[in-house]
Design a protein around this ligand. Structure first.
Ligand code: SF4
Ligand code: FES
Length: 260
């Protein structure tokens, strides 16, 4: 029989770990560059929005709070909310990032957090740009498997070693963070840009593909890989951690040697 005096004491020992610290909400200011040609506003203008957030919130959460609770006209793209669809690339504190992958606690919260549309593509409204020139460059490099001859009667086999040659460039989510952080693209919108070269790399180095020569010829254009000045902006901007500059160098080497 257990008596009251036998029962284990409820008092925690002094060494017991303290409870998890409570994460406090706080107010941060989002300084958003807004533009709406339908309102007759010719130039984009900066607007400040104080918003209550948890430091562990993402920039996308803060934008949603502003849109849902303060100003429904604020316009931006987002879909998956988890770094998969690539639709919410924007310049946050002067650097291209995905709003859904950027935690507020990782930015200086004492100053206003600046948010603007990615650069180099036509601005349509607030944080939205016309992505068509970006996707056209991607389509131009033929980002699909090209084969000749008869359809195979079984799957196209590939060794692990051959698969690894283009593994990195399969991770692209077409967010455009790389191309729109490239100073060459800012001054020459005809340049294919890093994302299109990444898309081409993915197939040029695929042992099952037979269209490498076609793609290399396309990228040998004056607006192709030779425009790259190896500034590494693209690699730093990529939310998927793709070694973009290295991929571009590999395409350049394949063009010089005519070997993949
Ligand atoms: S390479 Fe990276 S930054 Fe460029 S479009 Fe693909 S995922 Fe985005
Ligand atoms: S919302 Fe899909 S990547 Fe951010």
């Amino acid at each position: 029989m257990t008596t009251a005096s036998d029962a284990p004491t409820a008092n925690p020992s002094p060494e017991a770990p303290s409870a998890e610290p409570v994460i406090q909400r706080r107010t941060v200011t989002l300084r958003i560059r807004r533009y709406n040609p339908e309102n007759g506003i010719v130039d984009p203008t900066w607007h400040d929005y104080p918003v209550e957030v948890f430091p562990t919130d993402r920039i996308l959460d803060a934008l949603n709070t502003i849109k849902w609770e303060q100003d429904g006209t604020l316009t931006y793209r987002r879909s998956c909310g988890h770094g998969i669809c690539g639709s919410d690339a924007m310049r946050i504190n002067g650097r291209n990032r995905l709003a859904c992958k950027t935690l507020i606690k990782d930015l200086p919260m004492t100053n206003a957090i600046t948010i603007e549309a990615i650069k180099g593509l036509p601005l349509e409204k607030d944080l939205i740009v016309d992505m068509e020139p970006f996707f056209q460059a991607y389509r131009d490099v033929k980002p699909f498997l090209i084969t000749e001859g008869h359809e195979p009667t079984r799957e196209r086999l590939q060794s692990q070693h051959d698969r690894e040659r283009f593994d990195d460039t399969t991770k692209c989510i077409l967010c455009a963070a790389c191309t729109t952080s490239c100073p060459v693209f800012w001054t020459d919108s005809q340049y294919f840009g890093p994302a299109a070269i990444v898309g081409a790399h993915r197939f040029i180095f695929d042992s099952r593909d037979e269209g490498a020569t076609t793609r290399l010829d396309i990228l040998n254009d004056r607006e192709g890989v030779w425009r790259c000045r190896t500034t590494f902006n693209c690699t730093e901007a990529c939310p998927r951690g793709i070694e973009i500059t290295q991929a571009i160098q590999e395409v350049k080497r394949a063009l010089i040697s005519r070997r993949v």
